[in-house]
Design a protein around this ligand. Structure first.
Ligand code: ADP
Ligand code: MG
Length: 694
């Protein structure tokens, strides 16, 4: 469909009276379990799709909308077709087949009768009292009618044209829609950061109307107007933040570092491999940046396993060679520890001292490391966001590297740089199309590692169902017997970090007594102390453990080339980006590596779970997967679920929204230029700061 030029056309949405005095902030922040029909179980399921607060319900848009399908009389249904039928329930029964729960009901209208089927929705049974009138949307086939949604008499009509939200198999669309309706009623005034004059100028509907249009549209066109309006807000705020950032950058100056010398030469010759052409090019580009007095702002983009760390260390060593310091900031502790081990190993023979700073260090250790950083005795510091806390005072920071940078918001990224002006290299494994990179990161230069190191073979990926998981373990044992190592990734459960850890321990124990009896099995999870975790990783790296049973903490950064096989349990529960990251932990050496995705039976999976698993089997190309992920999930998620702050684009569809982006850019410029609305800027940024937390 065509992109609406303006946003006119929503004035008619008058069914939602606004009460300006509504205490919106409290209502937006209220936990979802305060809504009708949400107990602890449903609340947990909602949390799994990111819905914790009432505001989350409003700010998570649909994946897509169900197009209307023809209404038919039962006797008119013919072959395989989608339709809406209406009738009365005659009878109802349920049965099990394996883990599949099947509910069937006889539905009759004046023309005939048909057998309707629901899968895995046992709670529907008690509602299908004989005699009840019902509307069904679904697909007719030779067995009857497979129901995709339904409304009972008197319920809001959702069986025809309706939004489809991100969900899991134990969370029905009906529930998700109904909760949106409740949220819209509860929060009639969701706040509005744009002042009236700007709204008028841009022909934007009020935010509350846009949200209604998004969640309860009467047509696709209306839904698109709502989405565009919300996307425009996001883009405007993002562009304002980027303008501010680049203004700060323009004024900043850094010391030029001169050409590389003997230390870098020793580093290169010490590497056990030759650099790829792409790595060489990236290094050249970095050298050119470092020779200037304008601080480097470069994005190094490369798929998992493409060899970004080697390049990053090069940049850090350039600082050390100049007698100054380098810092590497990572989003997680495990990743910081991993990088620390790798860097420490590579730097030992160069006489370069590397320190690790994370917030889980004991107070005493923390102080010691801070002292090393302040005195300059630590040449390179690896750490989490602990690095950007106020009390950390670098002696002379020259180069900062930010790893997996999409996980940090704009705010956190700039905190590392504030008050100093080091050269900065950003690393990301998420392939970001050029337009998106520009939008989200502003005027960063980009270097790309497009070609993987030569000896690399693509990981062979297979999808097997649970009933064949013993075969998967047999295959894994063969690798272990050949002297290789393996990962087993535990299911993603919705519980707390402590419960996740407990479940992982239990699984490791079960495997030690079962499929992996006689092998050395370690267990890695987020609840281990620093010392334990570091020890565990070091032992796995040294080959003293055969298998690492792990939660998703291994998702990024773990680098053990001898690990050649991975089993992911209940793989259907993971997101595509997450699966791709996990798979990147194998295939890091010259050996052929394997990734075995284990899931429940196909008919028990959601539509999108099947799409994800199929995509993983079909390709190892991160770009391709990112594209598929876009299709399956929508664009805003591309940058990673945990991302926060300004770069959180929920409603933007960049490929579709080029015009919007242009408009937002122009508007942002005119706002910053001190036009009549200049004082709007701080308020917008302030409000967005707040929204980023949703
Ligand atoms: P990324 O951080 O991009 O996921 P890494 O930097 O961790 O990738 O590199 C992955 C693996 O490839 C590491 O074991 C690293 O030592 C190795 N590696 C890096 N560059 C090369 C190269 N040019 N040739 C061979 N192996 C390489
Ligand atoms: Mg890496």
């Amino acid at each position: 469909m065509r992109l609406p030029v303006g946003f006119a056309g929503l004035e008619t949405l008058d069914a939602w009276p606004r009460t300006p005095s509504a205490p919106r902030q409290e209502r937006l922040e209220a936990p979802v379990d305060g809504l009708q029909g949400v107990g602890p179980t449903i609340a947990r399921r909602l949390a799994r799709v990111g819905l914790m607060r009432v505001g989350d319900l409003l700010w998570q848009g649909p994946r897509r909308y169900e197009a209307p399908v023809p209404s038919k009389r039962i006797s008119e249904l013919f072959g395989d077709e989608e339709a809406v039928i209406e009738g009365a329930v005659r009878s109802c029964s349920s049965r099990r087949r394996g883990r599949l729960q099947i509910l069937t009901a006889q539905i009759a209208d004046e023309s005939g009768e048909i057998k309707a089927t629901w899968f895995n929705q046992p709670w529907v049974e008690s509602r299908l009292v004989p005699g009840t009138r019902i509307r069904l949307r679904g697909r007719s086939n030779r067995y009857g009618f497979a129901v995709s949604s339904y409304d009972l008499e008197g319920e809001e009509e959702t069986a025809a044209f309706a939004p489809v939200y991100p969900s899991t198999e134990d969370l029905s669309q009906k529930k998700l829609r109904e909760l949106r309706t409740q949220a819209l009623r509860l929060v009639r005034d969701p706040g509005d950061p744009l002042r009236g004059s700007l709204r008028t100028l841009e022909h934007l509907p009020l935010r509350s109307d846009a949200l209604v249009a998004l969640h309860r549209p009467r047509s696709l066109a209306e839904a698109e107007i709502g989405r565009c309006s919300l996307a425009y807000e996001e883009l405007l705020v993002l562009q304002l933040a980027l303008l501010r950032q680049s203004a700060i950058r323009e004024e900043a100056s850094a010391e030029a570092l001169g050409p590389p010398g003997a230390l870098l030469e020793r580093y290169r010759t010490g590497l056990p491999f030759t650099l790829t052409g792409d790595q060489e090019r990236a290094i050249e580009e970095i050298d050119a940046d470092l020779a200037r007095t304008k601080p480097m702002q470069r994005l190094l983009q490369g798929d998992v396993g493409s060899g970004k760390t080697v390049v990053a260390l090069y940049a850090l060593l350039r600082a050390v060679e100049a007698g100054r310091q380098g810092a590497l900031m990572t989003p997680t502790e495990t990743l910081a520890e991993q990088h620390f081990l790798t860097l420490d190993q590579l730097c030992g023979s160069l006489g370069v001292r590397v320190s690790l700073l994370t917030s889980s260090l004991r107070a005493q250790e923390h102080a010691t490391v801070r002292q090393l950083i302040a005195s300059g005795d630590a040449h390179i510091v690896v750490g989490t966001h602990a690095l950007i806390q106020k009390e950390v005072d670098f002696h002379d920071l020259a180069v900062a590297v930010v790893d997996e940078q999409h996980r940090f918001g704009v705010r956190q990224r700039s905190a590392l740089v504030e008050g100093r002006s080091p050269h900065v290299l950003h690393l990301t494994a998420t392939p970001i199309p050029r337009t998106l990179a520009l939008t989200v990161y502003g005027d960063l230069e980009t270097s790309e590692l497009a070609v993987l190191p030569e000896n690399r073979k693509p990981v062979v990926t297979a999808w097997v169902t649970e009933d064949r998981s013993s075969e998967a373990y047999r295959r894994l044992r063969r690798h272990l017997d050949d002297g290789r190592q393996a990962f087993v990734v535990c299911p993603l459960i919705e519980e707390s970090e402590t419960q996740i850890a407990r479940a992982a321990e239990a699984e490791a124990k079960r495997l030690r007594g079962g499929e992996l009896e006689g092998y050395r099995v370690g267990c890695l999870h987020g609840r281990l102390g620093t010392v334990e975790r570091r020890g565990l990783m070091a032992r796995f790296k040294a080959g003293e453990l055969d298998v690492l049973v792990a939660t998703t903490v291994i998702e990024v950064g773990v680098d053990v080339p001898n690990a050649t096989i991975m089993i992911v349990q209940e793989a259907d529960r993971f997101g595509l980006a997450q699966l791709h990251q996990l798979r990147g932990r194998v295939g890091r050496g010259a050996e052929q590596s394997y990734c075995l995705l284990v899931s429940r039976a196909r008919e028990e999976l959601t539509e999108s779970a099947v799409e994800r698993l199929e995509a993983m089997v079909e390709t190892t190309d991160g770009f391709e997967l990112a594209e598929r992920d876009l299709e399956i999930r929508g664009e805003g998620q591309l940058l990673g679920a945990r991302q926060s702050g300004f770069s959180d684009l929920r409603f933007v569809r960049l490929r579709r929204d080029k015009n919007l982006l242009q408009r937002a850019r122009e508007a942002a410029r005119s706002l910053e230029d001190g036009g009549p609305l200049a004082d709007e800027v701080d308020r917008l940024l302030g409000d967005a700061d707040h929204l980023g937390e949703h």
